[in-house]
Design a protein around this ligand. Structure first.
Ligand code: GAP
Length: 594
């Protein structure tokens, strides 16, 4: 798809989303607020379907995952421990001319002539400015003239009425990211900008009362790990999942809802034994090579097998709600992209019209998070593993020491990267070794972390289709169809009386609606020609349509067998078949849920 086609497609999707009530700009009547979006009646259903299905697959259908619903605002120490207070920032810089804020690591490099100005004099007064300014001109017959034009605007904004910029020098540069690609104006040096939204708890706005809106749902899961472990009586390996709002003060919200400032996440923290423990119990750690989404988890899986299982399962899940396999890609993060605690991260990316971009990240987070909360809160986050303790009892001392050495070394590597001195880190790692030899360890984590809004956008982009159809009279028209998978479609079925001026027929249609409503979302529509009503449902992605006609009422003398049957129309094939009303609910439920 060319850039023009992609832009055109996005415009159509954005327009349909607004027109039919999927997505609105937040606070639109006040001009909107950048990076915030509201979901209309259909968008709310779409998102709810996505979250409910994720919840069902992640916890209700699994014996080894528990759910959690934690607060958005937590104790600020949570963010200190997680590293967000100190390191959750993006480098940003400002355009000296427009004041627009840009992410320094996302600036397109530019090549051309840089013209440097040492200041400017005001021709109309005795005012002057000594502020240095520079402009990069990519292509021009006369770069100094073009740059001077931009510089005049800059010095005007510094209070000079009729500025005459003073050229200091000009030089050729290649691939510079020091200039605003939109206007060539100089950018400030990059500064770190923390992405957490700050607020105050209680009536006093003091530093002591600062709190943050959570930038991810994950940390609440770590902070509640011990409670959930205790009440659920789960044994490692097991997971805790959560769906909820997250907030990031993104410097450049963009690509519609793709990068928003308020969004929802669906996160699973899956706690596993460290590889040394797996080895102690089972004598080996299974290789990850043959692990697939269909694999049955094995007791001797180490972190690599679990990681592979989860990213393969997540890809299969996306396919199960209609995203085609060929538009989903996995990307292993490069070593220099990895968060400091991550052993490996795989991003699942989707071909959006604006490019192939991340939908979800599956990170192998080692034991970093629980270790941090243990250290900062002073509350142990270890588990006592009976199987491990029993294995240790059977093991000879050499083997025990070999495994304990490895565990102690890994703990030392973690501890020596904290504020502890080397001596303190050694002492703590020794304590961890002693606890390990008694059957205790800090669990490791595999984290599949998905964005609800990004997925809703992927589903909208994937569903959008236009096709030319020709009716019985030979008339052609373009039909816009949202080809949602029935599992996520906002409405599952439309119910239509063929005509609205026949009270018996309308009553029958309402009866059918009332019969289906407890089981699925039903849209009842009696206005307009039946073809128009089908088109309206096609445009919002309703996969099935039911028409109650005169045959349903037993009014066709030649077809008495059609009494109490309806036509069932398939959105994609537009084919219709007759189905007895008594079979409709079970038929539709199996079509929707597969
Ligand atoms: N706990 C790990 C974590 O939060 P992340 O890669 O920063 O990792 C996970 O976020 C997912 O959350 C992303 O893959 C994306 O789907 C979603 N997400 C992150 N930032 C977002 C934003 N500004 N707008 C919309 N979705 C976002």
């Amino acid at each position: 798809m060319s850039q023009e086609q992609a832009k055109d497609l996005m415009e159509k999707i954005v327009s349909l989303s607004k027109r039919r009530g999927f997505i609105f700009q937040s606070s639109e009547i006040y001009g909107g607020i950048n990076g915030f979006w509201d979901y209309g009646p259909l968008g709310a259903e779409l998102k709810r379907n996505v979250k409910d299905y994720w919840w069902r697959c992640m916890t209700q259908d699994r014996d080894d995952v528990e759910g959690l619903d934690a607060t958005i605002i937590m104790h600020p120490q949570v963010w200190k421990a997680s590293g967000h207070t100190d390191t959750f920032s993006d480098p940003m810089c400002d355009c000296l001319l427009t004041k627009k804020r840009l992410r320094a690591d996302q600036i397109d490099p530019m090549s051309g002539t840089v013209v440097y100005f040492s200041g400017a004099k005001d021709v109309d007064s005795d005012k002057s400015s000594n502020d240095a300014f520079s402009v990069l001109i990519e292509k021009s017959q006369d770069p100094v003239k073009s740059a001077t034009k931009t510089a005049k605007q800059y010095y005007r904004s510094r209070g000079l009425n009729n500025p005459e910029p003073v050229v200091e020098k000009s030089e050729e540069v290649e691939n510079s990211t020091g200039f605003n690609p939109e206007n060539g104006a100089q950018l400030t040096e990059p500064r770190q900008f923390n992405l957490m939204f700050k607020t105050y708890v209680g009536p006093v706005e003091s530093e002591d009362n600062v709190a943050y809106l959570r930038p991810e749902t994950a940390q609440a899961i770590f902070a509640q790990f011990k409670n959930v472990h205790a009440v659920s009586r789960q044994k490692v390996p097991f997971g805790i999942c959560q769906v909820g709002k997250a907030f990031r003060n993104e410097i450049n919200p963009r690509n519609y809802t793709f990068r928003s400032r308020e969004f929802e996440q669906m996160e699973l923290e899956f706690f596993i034994q460290p590889d040394e423990v797996v080895e102690a119990i089972h004598g080996n750690v299974a290789p990850a090579d043959d692990v697939t989404a269909d694999s049955v988890p094995q007791p001797n899986w180490g972190w690599q097998a679990w990681h592979k299982f989860w990213f393969a399962s997540r890809i299969a899940w996306y396919q199960s709600i209609g995203l085609p396999g060929e538009n989903l890609h996995i990307r292993w993060q490069e070593d220099d992209e990895l968060a400091h605690y991550a052993r490996a991260t795989v991003d699942i990316e989707f071909d959006f019209p604006f490019g192939c971009q991340e939908l979800e990240g599956i990170a192998a987070r080692s034991d970093f998070d629980l270790s941090q909360h243990q250290r900062v809160s002073g509350k142990p986050q270890t588990v006592l593993d009976d199987d491990f303790r029993a294995a240790l009892k059977e093991m000879d001392d050499d083997r025990k020491n070999e495994l304990a050495d490895r565990y102690q070394k890994a703990r030392f590597v973690y501890l020596s990267n904290t504020e502890l001195t080397e001596e303190q880190a050694e002492r703590e790692a020794m304590k961890d070794r002693e606890a390990f030899l008694k059957g205790n360890y800090v669990p490791h984590v595999i984290e599949p972390s998905a964005g609800v809004d990004r997925l809703a956008l992927a589903l909208l982009c994937n569903a959008y289709d236009e096709e030319t159809v020709t009716d019985e009279k030979g008339k052609s028209e373009v039909r816009t169809v949202m080809r949602f998978n029935p599992k996520v479609a906002p409405y599952k079925v439309g119910v239509f009386p063929l005509v609205k001026n026949n009270p018996e027929l309308v009553a029958k249609a309402k009866e059918v609606k009332a019969m289906l409503s407890p089981h699925m979302t039903v849209f009842y529509d009696e206005t307009g020609a039946i073809g128009r009503r089908y088109r309206r449902q096609d445009e919002i992605g309703t996969p099935f349509g039911i028409t109650i006609d005169f045959d349903t009422m037993g009014e066709s003398e030649d077809k008495p067998e059609l009494k109490d049957t309806v036509t069932l129309r398939d959105r994609d094939s537009m084919k219709q078949e007759r189905v007895p009303i008594s079979e409709l609910t079970s038929r539709l439920l199996s079509l929707i849920h597969g």
